[in-house]
Design a protein around this ligand. Sequence first.
Ligand SMILES: NC(=O)c1ccc[n+]([C@@H]2O[C@H](COP(=O)([O-])OP(=O)(O)OC[C@H]3O[C@@H](n4cnc5c(N)ncnc54)[C@H](O)[C@@H]3O)[C@@H](O)[C@H]2O)c1
Length: 333
Amino acid sequence: MEKLRIGLIGCGGRAGQHMQSFLQMGDKVSVVAVADPVEERRNGAAAKFGCTRIYRDYTELYDHESKATLDAVVICVEPTAHQSSETRAIDMGIPFLVEKPMTLDLAQADEIARRVEETGLITSVGFQDRYLDLIEIIRDELPKHKAGGLVYGAWIGGIPGVWWWQKKSDCGGQLVEQNIHLVDCLRYLYGEPLSVYATCSRGIVRPGIDASAEYDTDDHSTAVIRFPNNVTATLVSGCYSQGVRPRCGLYIALNDMVLDYRLRNNLIITTKDGERDIPRGVEQTFLLDQAFVDAVRTGDRSLIRSPYSDALKTLKLAFAANASMESGQVIYF
Ligand SMILES: NC(=O)c1ccc[n+]([C@@H]2O[C@H](COP(=O)([O-])OP(=O)(O)OC[C@H]3O[C@@H](n4cnc5c(N)ncnc54)[C@H](O)[C@@H]3O)[C@@H](O)[C@H]2O)c1
């Protein structure tokens, strides 16, 4: 079979990880077109693959490419830059992998999901943790125990380096931009939520001193999410840490077992008989990319664990938490 021809849209930090996967899969994939407004980035990405179709943005890429020249696109632009990055792929019938959060505009996301459904296009969203062996172990373990219990989740760190992270209107807030990975893990493990209540706080990070002058996102937030079968998860997010690394991950207290998932690193399982510490054994972004590539090559969409329509449910849950932070009200689904 010919190599899958990929167009890479956005050549920043996250794209670097996807490029690494595609280089590793060099026998079956090639990046043949790249687009980024930053010259150094687009040229750097093109050089990795010997690619000569280099564009200033995705509009230019879509204007010059077609279904005859591209088999798929991978979209890694900032959350507010999705104006037509997906709709043009849909118009052209080109499958796409898009990074989370897929947009900050839910009406736009609904329209994209509707058109994906209508056209039957293969899509994938970058919820890498769904491909993680440790999450698979938790998912297999849960049904073997009495249902119900408490889950504590945390993603606490510093402020990521990308320019668009400092304003909530650009990134959506930490829960939407970053901790959405754990929001998605919760949905993957427990199904659809019943309700969410969330609070947020500012004042620790000083704009212009600890962050850029325009910093206005939450320093931390706490979301209480209720799921069916008596599961309640408390998910905290924080970006005010400096020089220390608070523990991140999910801590699941079952009636006869504790699953202590240390974010993308290891899983400690404790029962009355003792403790088992399991290290991560896979590179989950590689598996995410491989699943997308294989799905497009074979048409087997069951390989994809987070298609656009499902990822939209996670995005809506994170946005509902944001709405609760603003209104002080519980949001019921
Ligand atoms: N799945 C994950 O684990 C993961 C990890 C990191 C980031 N992300 C997500 O990936 C996305 C990108 O994040 P990043 O860290 O790479 O950001 P980044 O700022 O490093 O890269 C974004 C790139 O998109 C380019 N861009 C902007 N508008 C464009 C356009 N019209 N056409 C083509 N390129 C355009 C920018 O110039 C920039 O180089 C974000 O949504 C982020 O949340 C996901």
